[in-house]
Design a binder for this molecule. Structure first.
Ligand SMILES: Nc1nc2c(c(=O)[nH]1)N[C@H]1C(S)=C(S)[C@@H](COP(=O)(O)OP(=O)(O)OC[C@H]3O[C@@H](n4cnc5c(N)ncnc54)[C@H](O)[C@@H]3O)O[C@H]1N2
Ligand code: MOO
Length: 404
């Protein structure tokens, strides 16, 4: 029996990052959640041209230096410069241009008087306050210079990176792609969702659940399918999926029964191992490769599948994506006593109290219990040596909401 930590380390060490891809920067909004493979340097200056920070009048500061409320300086207005004006304009001494926020400053102007300090005139304007050179002017390049690094390699792309990436004149960026995850359910008792369920049969809920988890965690779902309950059918399905997927997850068929298709298909393979991990749920686990593609064979009980995905598959897929494999946890105090199986690290389904820092168990902790799974908000981590979780104790918990 492996400890949970030993197996999780083994899983994480078994995979490496996917090859980087060059993607058009224009599509950056579709690349969120991916990691940059190299740094991004600006090809341009930002701002790209010197422009106004205010709606007002572009002036030479020296021309308005004596302007006050009581004794305004009056000058002719040469015209309007709206944002987006592409003309190359000049300012003649003793005059001004009416200018809008973001519009290019005319050559010769060195300040903008905001409209509130004027009478708002369009032919002639009265300036009622002095400004220093540089007032309300955004200088070309004051933010970013050509060649400046705007994003380090290894950055997880977030909405705040979008404006800089779209503005720095770079056509393509190198990112690690989202891993394509294929999901396979094994078991002759399964019927597809929506089909009639006869005595002895259950709906294949693991397949859609694992697909949903993959999506929620920021991966791409290559395919969700069922394979028959024979070793041959499972081998065939995995060989096909290995052509297109970066990672394959199966559920079911890994324990000690007489018809365990995953075990029958791969237990003699040099590229596979089936292990028992001292955890509950999730004891039987399989790990290996098919045609070089990593395969995670999860136990079939729905709760075991979910927990195994979060603790093993998601960290491995994050490694493929160049992301941090660590499973995020928070601390919580225990509000109600419960028991934990001896010698197995328990991942107990719990709910938070109102203040969000105290947890209590929800329902039975059996690996088949779906009602409690739906109502749970987190998995509380109970160390293998603990058999009784006491009120007031502090545990680490894995929140089940906001997994991405
Ligand atoms: N003699 C032993 N029996 C079992 C052991 C053991 O050590 N010795 N381990 C138990 C533990 S712990 C677990 S977990 C399960 C794992 O079983 P398998 O991975 O082989 O899964 P199956 O037998 O195929 O199914 C288990 C259970 O889950 C249901 N299931 C399976 N697939 C789906 C699906 N896609 N959607 C919904 N439900 C699914 C299946 O009907 C079974 O009820 O083994 C214990 N047994
Ligand atoms: O290892 Mo199983 O997941 O306890 O039911």
């Amino acid at each position: 029996m492996l400890t949970f930590d030993e197996y999780q380390q083994r899983v994480i060490a078994s995979v490496g990052p996917l090859p980087a891809q060059r993607r058009p920067t224009a599509e950056v909004a579709d690349l969120l959640g991916m990691v940059t493979a190299e740094s991004v340097r600006s090809a341009v200056a930002l701002p790209g041209f010197t422009n106004s920070a205010m709606d007002g009048y572009a002036v030479v500061a020296a021309d308005v230096q004596r302007a006050t409320e009581e004794s305004p300086v009056e000058m002719p207005v040469a015209g309007d410069i709206p944002a987006g004006d592409t003309r190359q304009l000049e300012l003649s001494a003793g005059s001004c241009w009416r200018i809008m926020t973001g519009a290019p400053l005319p050559t010769g102007a060195d300040a903008v008087v905001q409209v509130e300090l004027t009478d708002g005139g369009t032919e002639r304007v009265q300036i009622r306050g002095a400004v220093d050179a540089g007032t309300a002017v955004r200088r070309q390049g004051e933010d970013v210079q050509p060649g400046d690094e705007v994003l380090a390699g290894g950055t997880l792309l977030q909405p705040r990176h979008v404006p800089v990436l779209l503005s720095v004149g770079v056509d393509e960026i190198a990112v690690l792609p989202r891993p394509r995850v294929a999901v396979v359910s094994t078991g002759d008792e399964l019927v597809s969702p929506g089909e009639p369920v006869a005595h002895g049969q259950v709906v294949d809920s693991n397949g859609p659940m694992l697909g949903a988890l993959a999506r929620e965690c920021g991966f791409e779902v290559a395919e969700v399918r069922r394979a028959g309950d024979t070793a041959e059918a499972v081998r065939q399905a995995l060989s096909e999926l290995a052509q297109t997927a970066d990672l394959i997850v199966t559920s079911g068929g890994v324990s000690a029964g007489a018809f365990e298709p995953m075990k029958l298909a791969f237990e003699d393979s040099d590229h596979f191992e089936f292990v028992k991990v001292a955890m509950q749920p999730g004891k039987p686990q399989g790990i290996g490769t098919v045609a070089g593609t990593p395969v995670f064979a999860l136990p079939g009980n729905p709760v075991s599948s979910l927990v195994s995905f979060l603790l093993f598959v998601a960290p491995a897929a994050r490694v493929l994506a160049g992301r941090d494999p660590a499973v995020p946890t928070v601390e919580a105090a225990v509000a109600e006593r419960w028991t934990s199986p001896p010698g197995r690290q328990q991942f107990a389904r719990v709910v938070f109290d109102e203040d969000g820092r105290v947890v209590r168990p929800i329902g039975g902790q059996g690996s088949h219990v779906l009602g409690g799974l739906a109502g749970s908000q987190a998995l509380a981590i109970v160390p293998a040596a603990t058999t009784e979780v006491a009120v007031g104790e502090t545990l680490r918990v894995i929140p089940l909401e906001g997994l991405a």
